[in-house]
Design a protein around this ligand. Structure first.
Ligand code: DX5
Ligand code: ZN
Length: 230
């Protein structure tokens, strides 16, 4: 679908939020117009950092009706996806690099009623998705190396987004593209023009002086990019 007509979503990443004040932080992004909450689970093995597991996802589920976009940066994701689904994950995205059985896991995610997402690291070519395209609800293109918030955007990701868009348009037009890492006011327009449907924003929202205003400004820039593309 053309850039002008797609509904672009903003998914604030709680990785950059203050967990001591998490209920307020969630309410804040919800009222400022977040479309989803992006929840990064890390296991200290697939990536050199730890975050949270299913218990926290389950507890956070009580705080909001926003879509939970669970990004699993963990090895052997197939062992844990059912528990994340039970905890309240709506979209479950695992890493291509984290399992040899991507096709089976994508099918399983749909079987358990989740949207099936697959993420590719900066070093993984889009071509690896060619035999999986029909099984995917969402492709997450990493625009930083996974593990931490606040890193700088890897420009090459934009070309990858455009490549994924072409693949999806040809064989799975309902499939969405999410861009994750280093997204801020300076590059949202380019991400939208490349074909992104979902923009993850961690530091650019939660570390801003005025987080709700940062989120609203991001929305204005997305709208402007879409108007310009009409
Ligand atoms: C990084 C995570 C991201 C992270 C993005 O591995 O997957 O979701 O929170 O943070 P920013 O937007 O600060 O780059
Ligand atoms: Zn993420």
């Amino acid at each position: 679908m053309s850039t002008a007509r797609r509904a672009i979503k903003i998914a604030p990443s709680l990785l950059s939020a203050d967990f001591a004040d998490i209920a307020n932080q969630i309410r804040m992004v919800e009222s400022a117009g977040a479309d989803e909450l992006h929840l990064d689970s890390m296991d200290g093995v697939f990536v050199p950092n730890f975050t949270w597991g299913m218990k926290i996802v389950k507890d956070l589920r009580k705080l909001t009706h926003l879509t939970f976009d669970c990004h699993l940066m963990i090895v052997e994701p197939e062992k844990h996806v059912d528990a994340f689904r039970d905890a309240g994950a709506d979209i479950i995205t695992f890493h291509y690099e984290a399992t040899p059985h991507q096709h089976r896991l994508l099918r399983h995610l749909r079987d358990i009623g989740a949207k099936a997402g697959i993420a590719i690291n900066p070093g993984t070519p889009v071509a690896m998705l060619v035999d999986l395209v029909e099984e995917i609800d969402r492709v997450l293109v990493m625009s930083v190396n996974p593990g931490f918030g606040g890193q700088s955007f890897i420009e090459r990701a934009l070309a990858k987004v455009a490549e994924v868009r072409a693949l999806l348009d040809a064989r799975n037009p309902a499939g969405e593209i999410e861009v994750d890492g280093g997204i801020g006011l300076e590059n949202v327009e380019r991400a939208v023009n490349a074909g992104a449907d979902v923009l993850v924003a961690g530091n650019s929202v939660f570390a801003a002086d005025d987080p709700p205003e940062a989120l609203r400004e991001m929305r204005r820039r997305i709208d402007a990019a879409q108007r310009a593309a009409r």
